[in-house]
Design a protein around this ligand. Structure first.
Ligand SMILES: Nc1ncnc2c1ncn2[C@@H]1O[C@H](COP(=O)(O)OP(=O)(O)OP(=O)(O)O)[C@@H](O)[C@H]1O
Ligand SMILES: [Mg+2]
Length: 485
């Protein structure tokens, strides 16, 4: 018989319903009516939508027809049937969590159930608070798993994650780590060259985190005077210094359980580093001039383009703070190491300007080719500026090579010369030129192959020569496998 239960009765004695971010569906399968109804009541009190059945076959067919998020299933002693149900359910719905209930003397059955895919078990008889702990854990795992799944699905359909654009393997790897990191509250250290998107990553971690509705408060450690950093971060009491007419909370407190983004953390003076370390360890801050401490709940995301490891060695950065901030680190790739994202980013920025100015801007092939060849020392920020500038200064809605900043045009020109030299050589150009152009064409070939990550066919196209010529030149210059580096 199938039983459903409303969640109103058990709510008074288990008040933590708010801990469940979404209402999950639980199926209880146990032949013992007393166990079944007790489990169902407790689970309903925790906020689950509960169904229950005394029959294993019915449990299996229910899971087949409308899978519950979590299955709490009794494994009958001396029979494999329960294990078979666990295995079938996990095969059919790998995302469902299965909790096995076993007889207390049957540790091997619990081990076997976990091997078949159960994520947890309860040995009978169990206390009701053991059950609620196991259910809470399953719900938390399920929810964080489903958030990660939603993110993956969004990623599959979009050009990046949230406001972040990029589909290169380097960025996909970053998104995978980011979506996991966002679900925790550990400090995160974001590393990367200038303009790679460190602040955007910090904002994305916050936006996909558990406290996204709380404040995100950035602090630029490089531009604030040391005394200002202290009062900004830790707050102050009335009269702490001239002009402190009233007490003020520091950002670490006013962020509540949101995020404080410590930008350019490498610039933090040593004295402030010690204070920040204490705050992170004790989870409390002492405002300037105070004799008491205030609890802090904020998450810290720090960023730097400096080599903090080297700063630790030279004594400019505290080792203990480095380890505490570096629990998880995210290293952002330079744009030149993910060139396949350049067209996506350029299109994204063009689109943004087009919407703002109600005028459809496009990029011609020559301009895009120059963008693909350029090294972008200022990374995404430089690309963003180049596109915006070209839209402003350009002659019309189609942006051309001449609309791009000079440094891009020079690189394109050099590549063109090298390619022209290469085809001259292929046509049997004059020997006197070959000597001076040989180095240039060798470099052009190596560059093109590196940019296109070893794709020689595309490299030949980029250089404007035939595949056979490219292979002949590779052999001639003894480039061969070195081109893959
Ligand atoms: N993956 C991305 N997708 C879209 N826009 C991006 C991306 N990465 C960076 N940007 C944009 O580039 C600009 C620079 O990014 P951001 O300020 O986050 O870089 P940063 O690493 O903090 O730079 P800096 O070291 O100079 O402070 C911003 O306008 C940001 O929105
Ligand atoms: Mg920044």
């Amino acid at each position: 018989m199938l039983e459903t239960i409303s969640n109103t009765r058990a709510m008074e004695y288990i008040p933590n319903i708010a801990q469940l971010p979404a209402r999950l569906h639980l199926l209880v399968a146990d032949p013992d009516a007393a166990v079944r109804s007790a489990c169902a009541e407790i689970a309903a009190g925790l906020g689950f939508a509960v169904e229950s059945t005394g029959d294993l076959d019915q449990a299996r067919s229910l899971m087949e027809s409308r899978a519950a998020d979590i299955l709490l299933v009794n494994l009958p002693p001396g029979s494999n049937k329960g294990l078979e149900v666990v295995r079938d359910v996990k095969l059919l719905h790998p995302d469902a969590s299965v909790i096995a209930m076993t007889a207390s003397n049957s540790v091997s059955a619990a081990v076997e159930a976990m091997r078949c895919g159960a994520s947890d078990y309860l040995a009978k008889p169990f206390a009701m608070d053991e059950l609620s702990t196991v259910l809470d854990r399953a719900a938390a795992n399920h929810n964080s798993g489903s958030i990660a799944r939603q993110l993956r699905e969004r990623l599959r359909l979009s050009q990046g994650l949230g406001a972040m654009i990029g589909r290169s393997p380097e960025m996909e790897k970053l998104y995978r780590i980011l979506s996991k990191v966002a679900q925790s509250s550990h400090p995160v250290l974001v590393l990367g060259e200038s303009g790679t998107g460190k602040e955007l990553v910090a904002r994305t971690i916050h936006a996909y985190g558990l406290n996204a509705e709380k404040p995100f408060l950035p602090v630029d450690c490089a531009s604030l005077a040391p005394t200002l950093i202290e009062s900004e971060l830790f707050g102050y009491v009335k009269g702490a210094f001239t002009g402190a007419n009233r007490a003020k909370d520091g950002l670490l407190v006013s962020a509540e359980s949101g995020t404080v983004f410590l930008d350019e953390v490498g610039e933090l003076p040593l004295e402030m580093q010690a204070k920040l370390l204490r705050a992170l360890q004790e989870k409390e801050v002492r405002p300037v001039g105070a004799t008491y401490s205030v609890p802090m709940k904020a998450r810290i995301v720090a960023a730097t383009n400096r080599d903090l490891g080297a700063m630790v060695v030279s004594g400019a950065f505290r080792k203990d703070l480095f380890y505490r901030l570096n629990v998880v680190n995210l290293r952002l790739p330079a744009l030149r190491d993910r060139r396949e994202d350049i067209p996506l980013l350029a299109a994204h920025f063009l689109d943004r300007v087009s919407r703002e100015r109600k005028w459809k801007y496009t990029l011609n092939n020559e301009a895009l080719q120059a963008m693909m060849l350029y090294d972008w020392p200022g990374n995404v920020r430089e690309l963003e500026n180049a596109v915006e500038r070209a839209c402003t200064m350009g002659s019309g809605p189609e942006l051309r090579l001449g609309d791009l900043p000079t440094q891009l045009r020079q690189q394109e020109l050099a590549a063109k010369h090298a390619a022209a030299a290469l085809s001259d050589c292929a046509d049997g150009g004059e020997a006197v030129q070959v000597k001076t152009l040989a180095q240039m064409e060798r470099e052009a070939i190596l560059d093109a192959i590196r940019i296109l990550k070893g794709d020689k066919l595309q490299a030949a196209k980029l250089l404007g020569i035939g595949k056979t010529t490219l292979y002949r030149k590779l052999k001639e210059y003894g480039i061969g496998d070195a081109a893959k580096e």
